[in-house]
Design a protein around this ligand. Structure first.
Ligand code: DON
Length: 330
């Protein structure tokens, strides 16, 4: 009887949350004109600007969705969280942190300036391109396919399915990634890059081209929210220490030079990608009233991005949710 009542309560609460999300998604879609698709990557230019979708996953398995939540998109910089985790698993945390720091920059995601300004040129964090390209070179394996295989296996262990690449997006970036090539050459000169330039770039740009939906990134967010524990499979799939580091990096560096504002006005760890994805998470909190007391993973897709490379409509939606549902960790 008690269980039945709890179940009915949950169904009711989820449909209330869904009704809010439907209203907010319909509202914030119209703000897509304030952003642009990532037009520096030719294959991302023609995405539908006003698409907006969200998936929220709760530890008990409840999934709440709204809008264009099933539209596939490429991970782009959200992959940096996964490659960082993979490098820590494969090489050990201290080995990785000797080569890439954990400090925010306040600069654009593809900036080169600090590498030269702060000798000896150690990348500031794994969420900016300089750090992520270095991380790609640190993945275990003597070739790009082997390094990628290590990353794919990690993703498969989290999502329960083998990731696929959007070849068109990969080729499009491979041919136009001059700034990333410059970063990689600089990192090679300063000895931070462990592999060849082209090998690290292939790994980095292929990880950016992995195809996901909001449900996939919501699940990764949920696992991180639970400190590496997969609540649906009831299994510890990542070491707690690595999950905590990844979350700290998402909070301090995940939205690039908008990370401070994001922490102040949204207040949850989040990572964006230029395709318009945002992976966010709400840790469990005894302090918080319902809803989401047990935490959740959040996946958002809205391809209109701002000057920082973050989804405009996705960011607005997340801010509304955080304020309305008191999600901030602070
Ligand atoms: O390196 C690049 O330009 C992209 N493939 C990834 C950048 C990205 O997603 C930055 N994010 N917001």
């Amino acid at each position: 009887m008690v269980e039945k009542l709890a179940e009915e309560y949950n169904i009711h609460a989820s449909s209330q949350k869904k009704a809010c999300l439907d209203e907010w998604v319909a509202h914030y879609r119209s703000y897509a004109t304030k952003g642009q698709t990532a037009n520096y990557i030719p294959a991302l230019r023609n995405k539908h600007l006003s698409q907006l979708g969200i998936c929220i996953l709760e530890p008990g398995g409840t999934m709440i969705t709204s809008g264009d939540w099933e539209v596939p998109f490429t991970l782009q910089s959200i992959s940096k969280v996964l490659s960082f985790i993979a490098a820590c698993l494969g090489r050990g945390i201290s080995y990785v942190l000797d080569r890439v720091d954990v400090e925010p920059t306040g600069d654009a995601f593809n900036s080169i300036i600090r590498l030269e300004m702060h000798k000896p040129g150690k990348p500031f964090n794994p969420m900016i391109n300089a750090g992520a390209i270095t991380i790609a070179s640190l993945l275990p394996g003597e070739s790009s396919p082997k390094k990628l295989e290590f990353l794919y296996e990690l993703i498969e262990s989290l999502l329960g399915k083998r990731p696929t690449i959007n070849e068109e997006v990969f080729q499009s970036e491979w041919l136009t990634s001059h700034r990333n090539r410059a970063l990689a050459h600089y990192l090679k000169e300063t000895n931070y890059l462990e592999s060849d330039v082209e090998e690290a770039l292939e790994v980095y740009l292929k990880q950016c081209s992995i195809v996901v939906t909001t449900e996939d990134i919501a699940l990764i967010g949920l696992i991180l929210a639970q400190d590496g524990y997969h609540p649906i499979r009831q299994e510890q799939v990542l070491p707690k220490e690595v999950a905590k580091l990844a979350k700290a990096l998402m909070l301090t560096c995940g939205m690039y030079n908008a990370s401070g504002k994001f922490a102040a006005f949204v207040g949850v760890p989040a990572k964006s990608g230029v395709s318009g994805g945002i992976m966010a998470l709400v840790p469990p909190s005894a302090r918080r009233e319902m809803p989401f007391q047990d935490g959740c993973g959040i996946g958002i897709y809205g391809p209109a991005i701002d000057e920082y490379g973050n989804s405009v409509t996705g960011g607005m939606l997340l801010k509304q949710m955080a304020q309305e549902w008191d999600l901030s960790i602070f």
